[in-house]
Design a binder for this molecule. Sequence first.
Ligand SMILES: C[S@@+](CC[C@H](N)C(=O)[O-])C[C@H]1O[C@@H](n2cnc3c(N)ncnc32)[C@H](O)[C@@H]1O
Length: 1012
Amino acid sequence: MKTTKKLIEVALPLEAINVASVREGFIYRGNPSALHKWWAQRPLTAARAIIFAQMVDDPSTYVDVLRSDPKLRRKAETTRKTRWKVWEEARTLAVRFQHSGISVPEPGPEPTLDDILAEQERKRLFQIIEDLVLWENTTNEEVLQKARDEIWQSWRRACAKNADHPQAKELFDRKRLPAFHDPFAGGGTLPLEAQRLGLKSYASDLNPVAVMINKAMIEIPPMFSGLAPVNPKSRQEKTLIVHEWKGVEGFAEDVRYYGQWMRDEAEKRIGHLYPKIEVTSTMVRERPDLKNYLGQKLTVIAWLWAHTVKSPNPAFAQVDVPLASTFMLSTKAGKEAYVEPLIESGGYRFKVKVGKPLNAEAAKKGTKQARANFLCLMSSAPISGDYIKAEAKAGRMGARLMAIVALGERGRIYLTPSEEMENVARQADPKWRPDLAISGSTQYIGVKPYGIEQFSQLFTERQLVALTTFSDLVKEVRELVIHDALVASDARDMKHLTADRPTATAYADAIAMFLAFSVDKTAEYGCKCVPWYSKEDRPKGLFARQAIPMVWDFAEVNPLTEIGGTFSASVNIVAGALQGCAPSGESPVVRQLDAVAQDKIGGVRPIVSTDPPYYDNVPYADLSDFFYIWLRRSLRSLFPDLFSTLAVPKAGELVAFAYRHEGEVGAEAFFLDGMTLAMHRLAEQAHPAFPVSIYYAFRQSETMNEGTTSTGWETFLDAVIKAGFSLTGTWPMRTERAARSRGIGSNALATSIVIVCRKRSANAPIATRREFVSALKTELPVALTHLQRGNIAPVDLAQAAIGPGMAVYTRYEKVLDAEGHALSVREALALINQTLDEALAEQEGDFDADSRWALTWFEQLGFAEGEYGVAEQLSKSKNTSVEGMVEAGILESKRGNVRLIRPEELPANWDPAKDPRLTAWEIVHHLIRLLASGGESAAAEIVAKLGAKAEVARELCYRLYTLCERKKRATEALAYNGLVQSWPEITRLAREGVEDIKPRAKEIRLFEETEE
Ligand SMILES: C[S@@+](CC[C@H](N)C(=O)[O-])C[C@H]1O[C@@H](n2cnc3c(N)ncnc32)[C@H](O)[C@@H]1O
């Protein structure tokens, strides 16, 4: 088979992808990820870029085509001339000093026309990716079509090359793109993006909840695209105004309509459990701020409860004292409200007050001391965590109403609780409860030590009544939709509801599914693990983390109102999420399958991009039971196979949990064996013409403490290699929410890595360590240039270089050291790092003599002073002089000492055009000064004057970053990293002229003294 290198195996515009991913994390409305909660969902934009780059050829593989285009050729020749001049100067210098004993590094390989042609073309592909990852372009057909066309071109080239392959018909059908498969599909991100790029998408996961999400995300939208809604209201309006229902607009409209119907029905059935609160004259007497509301009945949006236990003080043994983590209700400036506990007649009551509390510290703490330790409100006796656990297990944990949140004319109004309100809540009598045991360890299931063992205990009685009512209504609404859909199809309003297209029942099933998702969302905010977020006056959903935590004082949201987390709000989010799905796509396939055991899905050889679970990061199956119980109740009759078990199947889940596998050792073995097997299956099944991409997520502790040398990472690489893969790329990504605020503009390591791999050839040779090192030395510098030209952030360079390094290592069956032992992954990684360092040092050959001197000096001393004599001696070996560098403006020489000038000390009126001794060093530091003071546009003005000479500054930044990282000079490293990250914007502004662009000062501090 003739395979070609794909773009992902050579270069990626990583920064653009990372920036888009971070941005996407803040977009909720219209984001398909908001359809249903899944843990550690990948950003859509990153997934889109990865799949695209996995499918398109790297331009080096079709350079002959590029060469034959006169326009491209002319452009490349001009670039080559400029580059060649710089290269020739560096080479001449190297030759001149070769025999003089002075070390002058060789420049890199001679720039060739083919390299430049490929580089030009890569830039064009990068532009496609940069457009593709913009959130605004998620459904922009023009941008998407451009990407699809590019994929098709590469595909046709592959088919043409392999036309004589014995399995050409099966593997290289030029009229049909290969399918896509993600065997760990989870929240559906990757399959959705493959579908958007025009591939037939197969999604599988072991978890039935994940399977449902994938169905909703990729199966439903294309099935009902272009249909008018069936609900009577829209049909009636349609006759008045002609409306064209594009994509899934009609379907989404029905989700909203029937969602509203469910809400209204629920109100009829359970509205009495959610009474309004009347503002009485007694209330106004105590709270004059309520004057305007006198006599009004206000809608309650939430009841705030505190868990209670019996006081440990024998004198108050009958009093249920509150476990309140705070008494503050709202900390919004000017709108502060708090609870004041009043002790009276052997008990206590709560009074809600507005304004700032006198003792702010005490109000903030509530009755909480530290962690799970509280104080008795009546006696200040300590209440230990163990006491609370014992009380809870003995069934003596209760709840007391602390405050009521009502809807005022301008925002929330906090009110004192009443006995009446408490009594209404206690009247609720659910006719069903999810008596399913909560599985999982207390590391994630924080409620367990407090006697909460069943899912039913996670809800108040009223919450159970509400959720069961909504769940019943899902079944009822389905009948209603069938009826309306039949009426609509009889009237031929729904032009596609015919025998060969989806039936009215299928349509109703789909609507029911989306409404069941809305019930799940309501449950996320409708359980006892929902705290009140006093900073923003709103409830906080259950799964802020991948855990079920104990919440001491919780908000019981009124699900019939409109605030976030209620049923109506959930329906709107779910319907809105449909907007971002792909409205067309070749009949996708979603299955519940075990990735370890599965056979070829659909009998095809798919393109694979996947994101397997990582060790014990997320207990998917344990957590997803929370949703399964409600989905099963609402949809079991529609999906009997998926909901055949009482709970989400756990045994086959590829995670390492000690409690499932008789201890840590068993868990690790289960995970590694399973993962190797699953990877093996991938290697066997994936389409042989394409690389496979696999996401690896670092745990936070790993990125903080161990970085690129973490054991988890090495073990994972080992599993991938053992499964028969060879690696061809590693791309560090900043895609996860947790790292978002930290990632940008800092030196934080990426939170995940996309590993690109191909099945290793059966006759891979064995190499010696020497052969391995020599291949590394030849190939890594070239790969390094590609990465730098792709503007990789210096902080990401070491992780990205693992790919090309590992490509060499895994090309061999094994690499043997002098004693005949096989080199481990860890040893190979160390050698790759070392070679990368050398390659970066070699790039010094591209710099002018002053900059080379400054680099060596900087490595030793940073911006600190050093002896003149030493500086002078060093300058000789670098073919320059201290005086010359003082003249050049990079060095200060005083009283027998010299030091490099800091960026902030450089003259503000510097003009490169008038600088008689222009150095790369100066350029970098002036640009850092300008970036800090005037932002990218100020830096761009200088870059515009420098023209092609500016490029060398970027190369120097990589070198400087590596030096600073090694010397632990974090602030300086940040500035160099920042300059490279801003490079695309600076050069864009320089190209387009900066006059009309307002300066945007960057928040980068200039260098400070840092400890080494
Ligand atoms: C990291 S998540 C995938 C997340 C997904 N890429 C997204 O963006 O939402 C890993 C998935 O692997 C699934 N999984 C775990 N063990 C599995 C197995 N043996 N077979 C198939 N899927 C499994 C989990 O249910 C989980 O959905």
